[in-house]
Design a protein around this ligand. Sequence first.
Ligand code: THU
Length: 530
Amino acid sequence: MSKRVFIIVLDSMGIGQAPDAALFSDEGSDTLAAIRNHENFYCPTLEELGLFNIQGVGGGVANPKASFARLRETSMGKDSTIGHWEIAGVISPEPLPTYPDGFPEEVIGEFEARTGRKVLCNKPYSGTDVIRDYGQQHVETGDLIVYTSADSVFQIAAHEDIVPVPELYKICETAREMLQGKHGVGRVIARPFTGEYPFTRTANRHDYSLQPPKTTMLDLLQKAGYDTLSVGKIYDLYGGKSVSELNRTKNNDEGMIKTLEMADRDFNGICFVNLVDFDMTYGHRNDVAGYAKAMTKFDRALRKFLPKMRDEDLLVITADHGCDPATPSTDHSRECVPMILYGKHIKAGTDLGIRSTFADISATVLQYFGVDQEDTAGTSVLPECLSEAEKAPKSSPSSEELIEIAQDQRKRSYTPYSGFTVGAALLTQSGKVYTGCNIENAAYTPTNCAERTAIFKAVSEGEQKFAKIAIVGGKEGETADCCPPCGVCRQVMAEFCGPDFIVILGKPGAYREYRLSELLPESFTPKNLD
Ligand code: THU
């Protein structure tokens, strides 16, 4: 059964000051409040989902269709990189380093030693001014122009005739290797230019992003075999780590066109989207009217997206920080962000409250896929907002627990002939668990599989309504990634269980759920005898 989770990050769409906004000089910032009353703002889809029902936002609808929360940021930063890392389960206790006075001697000294070239400028500078003011000296000496900005960047400008592009890229790779830990800037950027004074920049700019310092949700999903598709600058924000498909986009419109295409595609995993115009084009330029209009356009695209969602899909809409276009500051703002969760399995209208970290998104997504969150941060909200129909009786074990019970049952297997042990844990609709193991026989054919052992045990105790079965197997002492049920067992399941019966295959920490109808389509059942 393939599952798709769409995470759409509205870059900078904060919903009001964070409790620690004063630390960032952002008291009173509220990006959504700044745009929602503008005549260009018309977002009925977001409104119906429950954007305005989030605590502290105000003006919610009577019956929101999604579950929603207000998320605070735990990390000590307010940039896109740190925000996205936290969304993926990594908390950053320090902001990425910035260099308003240029890079310290320890950095420049090592850079000069490793590249064999001297450094010019070493200050925050505009990219066009820096080649006008230092370009000639660079051409004459071959020294590299190194500069920064208000962001966490180490930029290297060089004339393409003096430092050929491949060499400049090598130099950037060296810088990237060097700039980790304390001096781990968000990006190293190659800024080649050409021509005569005052020089022009070429299209050969290249960014080298910092990889997250710890395991992310993307790493865990990829390890468990799920697709990790990216749209927009997601790939760069994670330094390309554990992203299985890259779809760069020019603007929000292209981002949503790509997302709509993804919704028509079959995949099993996440489609992670960043819409950067809100931040880059409108937030930083204090363009309230433009921001409001961009939200309206997004809302229209979202209206087209929702009908494309399948039963097993989950939509998460969120943001990575604020960038209030109505305050004098053109910088990001320390704000809370929305979390809107929508899908067939999500209860409509659950107020998930005010939560302490963006990482609750990561924990929720991982739990949705049944992947262990290991040491990533965050708490899943699924127990609070999974629709009633999805919940087995309150006291009954989760898929994760069933897999563990199945694993444990393998120690009871009687397998002197194959040495292959299989355990099964069958959950009845009434919430009881029946276990099974495989039992072999010297005459070989009377061998009973683990699944049938569990099912027959249950039936012999009077149970005939089943919800799920977990199966784990492998050679003794090992666990296979997947131990699919044999044909006979599938047929036995078809006898007692409907097409929606869930079969959980895998091992603890990495399993997948299938519907029986996927594993045995067109099955022969008692109905065929009518
Ligand atoms: N086995 C199961 O228990 N379940 C299955 O669906 C596949 C096979 C067992 C039977 C036998 O003891 C061993 O695995 C090797 O076939």
